[in-house]
Design a protein around this ligand. Structure first.
Ligand code: SF4
Length: 112
């Protein structure tokens, strides 16, 4: 029986593991976000950052950086998948935000 493991096998195994570990992490994020309680717009941090559950209701005068096409689902901090009604947010850890919501931290999600 040959117990030697070739360098090629080790490299190949490492590449396969490297491809799956991030995918598992993404699945865990989505699964975790699904059970998160919704962020209350009355939460002090949410208020400080001007969070609203409906981006069309943003007070544009009070939020000069707001543009009509901005919403959580297009934000770099949004952890939900495309088409999700809500998802986690890197800024509001432990809470879910509405895909159509908005806050002052909004930044364009990079193209996939
Ligand atoms: S940081 Fe982005 S995803 Fe989070 S609440 Fe603000 S706009 Fe929405």
């Amino acid at each position: 029986m040959q117990s030697k493991i070739s360098r090629r096998a080790v490299v190949k195994g490492g590449l396969i593991a490297g491809a799956f570990i991030p995918a598992i992490g993404l699945m865990a994020n989505s699964a975790a976000a699904a059970g998160l309680p919704p962020l209350d717009p009355a939460d002090p941090t949410a208020q400080a950052l001007g969070y609203v559950a409906d981006a069309t209701k943003v007070d544009a005068k009070a939020n000069a950086t707001y543009k009509p096409n901005q919403k959580c689902s297009t934000c770099a901090q949004f952890l939900g998948k495309a088409g999700d009604a809500s998802g986690g947010c890197n800024i509001f850890a432990g809470k879910s935000v509405v895909a159509g919501g908005w806050c002052k931290v909004w930044a364009q999600k990079p193209a996939a």
